[in-house]
Design a protein around this ligand. Structure first.
Ligand SMILES: *Cc1c(COP(=O)(O)O)cnc(C)c1O
Length: 429
């Protein structure tokens, strides 16, 4: 029988009624490695990257994977080998890049709260650029660089004040956001940066939000950025690179974000029209490179039909899949085995075992279920495992990378001992 692909999920398909990622039967992985289990497709990640690479063909562009989306070392190695740089937000992430064999000269460092220790670590390693988010940070970075006898390459993250029309918690480029320097303060901040001996101004950047599914916020942000570039350069401060951040959305539930290559054709046309098309360009995509490359496998523990709601209790929870609890996010949930005869589907609240009413994975899902059934939570490659916690002393799930027929455990399941390994009982008095 011909495999039937899932909408928006080209690397997932039912073959003989069994859900497969690339060629691998997911039920086999669940039986071998247990659940909850994250499984990622290498081909899906490389296909997502290829869309950006096509979009930038013939341009000077560096794709810096925003690794907070999924920072497993094997994922980082894959993107490093494909030529990517990395957008980091902590010293810990820098250590991951180094451990995965990434090129430190392609690392840019974002985030509103870099510590002095993190600045020293990144300067010693020789990263490409600090994306500075405030005037106060500029002064501290200057001091740290002078103390080390080096000059810190800086770009200033500007807040273009455009509404990305996404969830408020993942909008970052509006007035009143904690991120970036206000549009009106930008030229003055650049003048200050240029005057500081420990800094070397190299670029400008913005990042307006996440899970953006429309072109317009990007087009507006590019226009507002280019206005600023003209003002900054008119003040005698040349900029080597322009960084447009990340934020492109993925299809979680019939969402229709532009394809990366189509979006960049539009944005590059604007850059060309305004004479900036041949500049060094950078972008910082996270979710759009990994989100739809991963699934989380989970098993039905109990069915608890009720008067007003039917609960399906599964072995994955908010500590594994935090997005529904944090952002009311939607993830598709599908069975690993298509039932041969269509059973009547009931509406279920799919919830985890954690002791919180906020611990839900999906509301009102039409599924035909039995205890013991295996399910896949889709679009789980980004901001799931990287946000996972040990709440309720639940060890974090294992992760498997699928590469054509080969499967590799890229992170082992945590044990309870792993969860409390760093704790100590006080000595008796
Ligand atoms: C999180 C983040 C990104 C990546 O965002 P996505 O929506 O995952 O593409 C890029 N740049 C910065 C500064 C970020 O904080």
């Amino acid at each position: 029988m011909t495999p039937s692909a899932l909408p928006g999920q080209p690397h997932l398909a039912y073959r003989d009624h069994e859900l497969c990622l690339e060629q691998v039967r997911l039920a086999d992985l669940a039986l071998t490695h247990g659940t909850p289990l994250f499984v990622y497709s290498k081909a899906a990640m490389l296909a997502a990257l290829a869309a950006y690479q096509r979009g930038f063909q013939g341009r000077k562009a560096l794709i810096c994977y925003a690794m907070k989306a999924n920072s497993n070392l094997a994922v980082l190695q894959l993107f490093a080998q494909a030529g990517c740089g990395f957008d980091i937000v902590s010293g810990g992430e820098l250590q991951r890049v180094l451990a995965a064999g990434g090129d430190v000269k392609k690392v840019i460092f974002s985030g509103v709260g870099k510590t002095r220790a993190e600045m020293r670590q990144a300067l010693a390693a020789g990263i490409a650029c600090f994306n500075v988010e405030s005037e106060a940070e500029l002064e501290v970075l200057n001091q740290v660089a002078l103390d080390l006898g080096v000059r810190a390459p800086v770009s200033i993250r500007v807040n273009p004040n455009v509404d990305p029309q996404t969830h408020p918690y993942i909008s970052t480029g509006l007035k009143g956001s904690k991120f970036g320097v206000a549009h009106e303060r930008t030229v003055a901040t650049y003048q200050r940066a240029a005057a500081l001996q420990g800094l070397h101004v190299v670029g400008i950047d913005c990042h307006i939000g996440s899970q953006i599914t429309q072109e317009l916020p990007y087009l507006d942000a590019v226009d507002r950025m280019l206005d600023l570039v003209q003002d900054i350069e008119a003040a005698g401060i040349p900029l080597q690179h322009l960084d447009f951040g990340g934020g492109l959305g993925i299809d979680y539930n019939g969402d229709t974000p532009p394809a990366a290559d189509a979006l960049w054709r539009l944005l590059l046309a604007k850059l060309d029209a305004r004479g900036f098309g041949q500049r060094q360009l950078m972008i910082e995509p996270g979710r759009s490179l990994v989100g739809n490359a991963g699934v989380c496998l989970t098993q039905v523990l109990y069915l608890k039909p009720g008067e007003t709601k039917n609960f399906c209790i599964v072995d994955a929870a908010m500590n594994d899949l935090p997005r529904p609890a944090m952002y009311q996010a939607f993830h598709q949930i599908v069975p690993l085995a298509q039932k041969p005869a269509p059973e009547p589907a009931t509406s279920w609240e799919v919830v985890g075992p954690v002791c919180e009413s906020g611990d839900w994975i999906g509301h009102d899902r039409a599924l035909a279920l039995q205890p013991g059934d295996l399910l896949a939570v889709l679009s789980a490659g980004a901001y799931c495992m990287s946000m996972a916690s040990n709440y309720n002393t639940r060890g974090r799930a294992a992760e498997v990378l699928v590469d054509q027929g080969r499967c590799c455990v890229i992170r082992e399941r945590e044990s309870a001992q792993d969860c409390f390994a760093l704790e100590h009982l006080p000595d008796p008095a």
